[in-house]
Write a protein that binds this ligand. Structure first.
Ligand code: HEC
Length: 132
């Protein structure tokens, strides 16, 4: 009986650690490490320099380009929610396809965003088709 109780306690602790590795949390961690210093924890961006991700129409209108943008960066003039931005974002060539999928799902489903979830296969196919 005692052994069973211990087994349950161990199982709960294992889950507390392992269950944190859910895709959304992985995406959140990646976002905090690689993106939040520019786009901010709240996804609001920074004035005229960094475009917002929270409520961004760009995420919806350019869905197919987002994986490439994250991997290879963007140095263009873009319009996000009616405002023009012409800064430069560097690429993240160390992020794997699965990490890009998780970070995309994090930004498309945070701060009130309600994007259609990205599948790994979709991101992989986008990355294979990136124009450089
Ligand atoms: C050094 C600052 C910086 C970092 C770090 C950064 N970005 Fe950006 N991001 C920018 C800038 C500046 C633009 C606009 C680029 C342009 O105008 O060509 C941009 C544009 C974007 C856009 C498209 C516009 C929009 O607001 O919807 C997305 C999506 C995006 N970034 C996501 C990310 C993600 C995800 C990460 C982390 C993996 C990240 N960025 C890291 C500066 C940054």
């Amino acid at each position: 009986m005692k052994l069973l109780l211990w087994a349950i306690v161990v199982a709960i602790f294992t889950c507390l650690i392992a269950c944190k590795q859910q895709p959304y949390q992985m995406g959140e961690r990646l976002y905090k490490t690689h993106c939040a210093n520019c786009h901010m924890d709240s996804g609001e961006g920074l004035a005229a320099l960094i475009p917002p991700l929270a409520g961004s129409d760009y995420l919806v209108n350019h869905r197919g380009e987002l994986a490439c943008l994250i991997r290879y960066g963007l140095n263009d003039t873009i319009v996000v929610n009616g405002k023009t931005f012409s800064g430069e974002m560097l690429g993240n060539d160390k992020l794997s396809e699965i990490q890009i999928t998780n970070v995309l799902n994090y930004i498309c489903q945070s701060w009130g965003n309600k994007g259609v979830p990205f599948q790994f296969e979709e991101v992989k196919a986008s990355l294979e088709g990136c124009k450089r």
